[in-house]
Design a protein around this ligand. Structure first.
Ligand code: BG6
Length: 487
């Protein structure tokens, strides 16, 4: 059995792609936090083909942590991190790189290999590791995107499982390490009151928005090979949908969660051309690394169905994009209207029905929109939102959580082969069979006419500003905000 046994702590972290952008922006700050939290005490060997020395890597680590918005509040921890760093420079195609790595690991025999590198190199690195026996007693953590279609995901899985057992493979979707997303699972199954209404009988539709107000931030050439559907919808947004819609896990333990989620991916109906709206922000083609006639989408909206007993007939509308009106992650579950018109205003089609809103970022919140009677003789009401602020000052960076878990051998928050392949199956047809990307102005909600047509009578698309800037209490505007509900 080549892989490390579950629950055996790793004795080193090998970090491929240590000189890259992800490392600078996210990984070094997370490693620093891990040192502060005591979850990183083992050597960290950076590997890259950049002609760097260990001194360069140490300088990069210091710089990256200082540049992070949280800065350095524990200089001793930063120095500890720096002292744990080692470095191997070399071409991943060259077997000598792996011999050198083996030597650098010295006595360490149970490494976790973290592959923060382009997916095209995963297979090469895994083979290089196996050739020098560095797969034995080891784990491997792979970054998204895990393939670019079903075929490449299968080949990748085959390449990795040739050298590592499934339990030693940790496929990262960093959204799963976000507190607000973990809370979707907790909230659903720690509160029994929602279960009876969490189905097609009471829910009319669900919207998931993950909008970013910024562009591709220098990642033009990566984006050209990905696009919004592959970059965010197929992984991050599908994971959110799976947590929202899965059946209750049958026992306490993440194996049960993985199985329940896999059932959702398998029940997702493959998307067709009509389920998918693509947009591209004006200016994208001027980005470095982007083709002047690029048709890659920087905005994607899809209509998704889950063909299960619970969700038959309930559409899920997902949208994401760069250069949109704001940066926000939000889920809105819209309930059905009352079946009888006892109060005219409560069934007025211009008034939105009850909604449960999960704000995922930039801050966490849960809102419940309900109608309440306005004082007076008439039975007329207005909408109020009961808001629960779930923001926690103790929130951990997703990578801090996920890399700590991987080093401990806890795969709960990682994705499995079956789910990855099932998710690719859902988008497979529309990766190639789709309408051209429609240009949209930065600062808007993408190609709005087409996105509105997609959502049709289940619309409008939820406007996250509405929740941030509620109508004053006492007006007849469709949205209000009950401060009394704040926790
Ligand atoms: C990444 C995507 O997986 O997730 C990026 O590649 C996106 O394009 C990012 O910006 C969003 O995640 P976060 O945690 O930065 O909000």
């Amino acid at each position: 059995m080549p892989g490390a046994l579950p629950d055996t702590p790793s004795d080193s972290l090998v970090f491929f792609g240590a000189t890259g952008d992800l490392a600078r922006k996210s990984i070094f700050p997370s490693l620093y936090r891990m040192v502060k939290a005591g979850t990183l005490t083992v050597p960290v060997v950076g590997v890259a083909f950049s002609n760097w020395t260990v001194a360069d890597l140490r300088e990069r680590a210091r710089q990256s942590v200082s540049d992070h918005p949280d800065g350095v509040d524990d200089p001793a921890a930063l120095e500890t991190l720096v002292s744990l760093l080692r470095y191997v420079d070399g071409d991943y195609q060259d077997p000598a790189t792996f011999t050198h790595l083996r030597k650098e690991l010295g006595e360490c025999s149970q490494p976790t290999h973290y592959l923060a590198i382009p997916p095209a190199l995963f297979g090469t690195v895994v083979q290089g590791l196996a050739a020098v026996g560095l797969n034995e007693g080891a784990r491997v953590v792979v970054e998204k995107p895990f393939g670019r279609d079903l075929g490449s995901a299968k080949s990748l899985n085959a390449a990795i499982t040739a050298a590592f057992d499934e339990h030693a493979i940790f496929r990262i979707d960093h959204f799963l390490g976000k507190e607000e997303i973990m809370n979707l699972l907790y909230f659903r199954f720690a509160n029994a009151m929602f279960e009876p209404i969490w189905n097609r009988n009471y829910i009319a539709s669900v919207q998931v928005t993950f909008a970013e107000s910024f562009g591709v931030r220098g990642r033009g050439s990566f984006y050209e090979s990905a696009g919004a559907l592959r970059d965010v919808v197929e992984n991050h947004l599908f994971q959110i949908v799976a947590l929202l819609t899965m059946e209750a896990p049958t026992y306490q333990g993440y194996g049960a969660v993985q199985a329940a989620k896999a059932n959702v991916f398998n029940a997702m109906r493959p998307l067709t051309r009509d389920d998918y709206v693509r947009g591209q922000f004006v200016g994208y083609r001027d980005e470095e690394g982007v083709a002047s006639d690029s048709d890659v989408e920087t905005f994607a909206a899809v209509r998704l169905h889950i063909d299960s007993w619970r969700w038959a007939g309930v559409p899920f509308y997902l949208r994401t994009g760069k250069c949109l009106a704001t940066s926000v992650g939000e889920v809105v579950v819209e309930f059905k209207r009352p079946p009888q018109a006892l109060f005219d205003d409560a069934v007025d089609p211009h008034q939105r029905p009850n909604r449960l809103r999960f704000r995922l970022q930039p801050e966490g919140a849960i809102g419940l929109n309900v109608r309440v009677k306005r004082p007076g003789e008439e039975f007329v009401g207005h909408e109020r939102e009961l808001v629960l602020d779930t923001e926690s000052p103790l929130e951990r960076e997703p990578y801090e959580r996920l890399l700590s878990d991987a080093l401990r051998g806890d795969s709960a928050l990682f994705t499995h082969e079956d789910s990855v392949e099932a998710a690719w199956r859902v988008v497979e047809a529309v990766l190639t069979d789709h309408a051209p990307a429609i240009p949209y102005e930065p600062g808007t909600w993408g190609p709005e006419a087409q996105a509105d047509a997609l959502i049709g009578h289940h619309g409008p698309w939820h406007d996250p500003h509405e929740a941030d800037h509620p109508a004053p209490v006492g007006t007849t505007a469709p949205s209000g905000h009950a401060q009394g509900g704040h926790a």
